[in-house]
Design a protein around this ligand. Structure first.
Ligand code: AMP
Ligand code: MG
Length: 495
């Protein structure tokens, strides 16, 4: 391939100095590439072989950046577990530049774990290899599910140690995002009364992500509506696959609606709507079923930031903001309900089908049934009668919970008479993954990485999860739920 010219065009670095602080990555001792996302590299117009070579590794580890890179730590604030924190910012990450990808979309290229910045407070600016492996697996799996997310371009072992609960090998993740602007980025300025900076940031986000808003009577109102819509869609996407983000603080809430900052996240095994994974989330603030309400709360914080741009009179601005916020619940349902109906193979346009799917989830909760296996298994069952139901009903501690539900389901299938079994199976397998990133599997991959710098479990898991909707008989061991002794009940913040 031709010599590499990384065409950086760093629009965020061109914003005034208050938006970021310039900072070079701190070099690491013996960087080693442990994973490279060739397909993503190509979509960015980067030569994967160059990335895997000496110069590429120098960039991915932060040891030597190519011409055109302009590393900055972005400033942001945030509400963490509901509490206001005026200064967070990139404490262990650097935006090294932006690249226009093959589709003409501007992408942030960020190094996470690249050393201290002016936002590091007492942190070391580094990352253990464990969270790097987790984020790589999770973000690429989310992408394979078709859910908006930041991506992982590469994972690097630094050859250095970091001090956590124990001494662990260090790692650096090269992350690619449509944007790293968060609700907390707006709060950084708005809550200290810097309206001009709020306007500059809003104009930046409109220009970069929502250019159609420019033509609206009030572009900022239009912007909020867009962000509300993206968040509504994102949360519906999370819930349909049993994803729990774990730390939905406003600083982890992207204004472009991508899943961002994989810390103590998890995917549900046995369905329980109150599931929490974060070890520090004692009140269940970020439980599975709280996520729509929390997204709504985060969006209210964003609306507050933009009040001065909505109207010159505060009361009018508040009225406008409240009206916008009211859109969220209905918008969320407009995404979630059809997705639910499709998961049980019924007409996505009928709300009663979504209710029926929710009843199945209630039955799963009572019967401690594995969410992924139940939905996937359902696609295999004939509409005619329950004779072949055993593989699904036995997933419930009390199979009669499923039997009662399946009777109603078959009545609906018969009444709709929309698809034959084969068509319905095909449609359901496209929305119900056979494989998810189960927590115990992620943990096994992390443990192998930390304990032995063994990345084989990570690679195998990644390869299988790249095709989550395909049956892969060779990987049956990765489809099954955890045995009781394998269960991971909490995960810690990824630092
Ligand atoms: P997070 O938990 O990733 O959402 O991070 C919350 C804040 O803590 C952000 O400002 C991070 O940059 C910062 N932070 C997390 N870990 C470290 C670390 N090891 N060194 C410096 N800052 C950190
Ligand atoms: Mg964060």
């Amino acid at each position: 391939m031709s010599p590499v010219a990384l065409r950086f065009d760093n629009s965020y670095a061109r914003l005034p100095d208050v938006f970021h602080s310039r900072q070079d990555p701190t070099p690491v001792a013996r960087p080693e590439l442990i994973a490279l996302n060739r397909e993503l590299a190509e979509s960015l117009g980067l030569d994967p072989d160059w990335l895997a070579g000496e110069e590429g590794l120098a960039m991915l580890s932060g040891n030597r950046l190519p011409a055109g890179a302009q590393p900055i730590a972005m400033g942001y604030a945030g509400h963490q577990f509901g509490h206001w924190v005026p200064r967070l910012g990139d404490g262990r990450a650097l935006l090294i530049g932006e690249i226009i990808d093959r589709e003409g979309i501007r992408r942030d290229v960020q190094l996470k774990g690249s050393g201290p910045t002016s936002f590091s407070r007492r942190g070391d600016g580094r990352s253990s290899i464990g969270p790097v492996v987790r984020e790589y697996l999770a973000s690429e799996f989310m992408h394979a599910l078709g859910i908006p997310t930041t991506r992982a371009l590469a994972a690097v072992a630094s050859g250095e140690k970091v001090m956590r609960q124990q001494v662990e090998p260090g790692g650096i993740l090269c992350r690619v995002a449509s944007s790293h602007v968060r609700v907390g980025t707006f709060e950084f300025f708005a809550r200290s009364g810097r309206v001009d900076e709020v306007r500059t940031l809003a104009d930046y986000v409109i220009e970069r992500h929502y250019p159609d808003c420019r033509d609206e009577a009030n572009p900022y109102q239009a912007l909020l509506l867009q962000v509300i819509d993206r968040q509504a869609r994102l949360i519906a996407d999370w819930l349909r696959v049993g994803f729990i983000h774990g730390v939905m603080n406003t600083d982890n809430c992207s204004v472009v609606g991508e899943t961002i900052d994989y810390g103590p996240f998890g995917f549900i095994d046995a369905f329980d709507p109150a599931t929490v994974y974060s070890s520090i989330d004692h009140g269940g603030r970020y439980a599975y079923n709280q996520q729509p309400a929390i997204a709504h709360w985060n969006l209210a914080r964003l609306c507050e930031c933009l009040l001065p741009l909505l109207d010159a009179t505060r009361e009018t601005a508040v009225e406008i903001a409240n009206e916008l916020l009211q859109v969220f619940p209905t918008r969320f349902e407009s995404y979630f309900h059809p997705a639910l109906a499709a998961k049980i193979g019924l007409d996505p346009d009928k709300v009663e089908n979504a209710r029926l799917a929710l009843d199945l989830m209630d039955a799963m909760a009572s019967g401690e049934a594995d969410m992924t296996l139940v939905f996937r298994g359902l696609g295999e069952l004939p509409a005619a009668g329950p004779e072949q139901d055993e593989p699904v009903r036995e997933l419930f501690s009390d199979p009669s919970l499923f039997d009662r539900w399946a009777e109603r389901w078959r009545q609906s299938l018969a009444a709709e008479n929309r698809l034959d079994d084969q068509q319905r199976r095909a449609q359901m397998q496209r929305v119900n993954p056979a494989f998810i990133l189960r927590n115990h599997l992620a943990q096994q991959a992390v443990d192998a990485a930390i304990q032995a710098l063994d990345f084989e479990p990570m690679r195998r898991l990644h390869a299988v999860l790249a095709r989550p909707f395909d049956d892969q008989p060779d990987a049956a061991d990765l489809a099954r739920p955890p045995a009781p002794e394998e269960r991971v009940l909490t995960t810690f913040c990824g630092t």
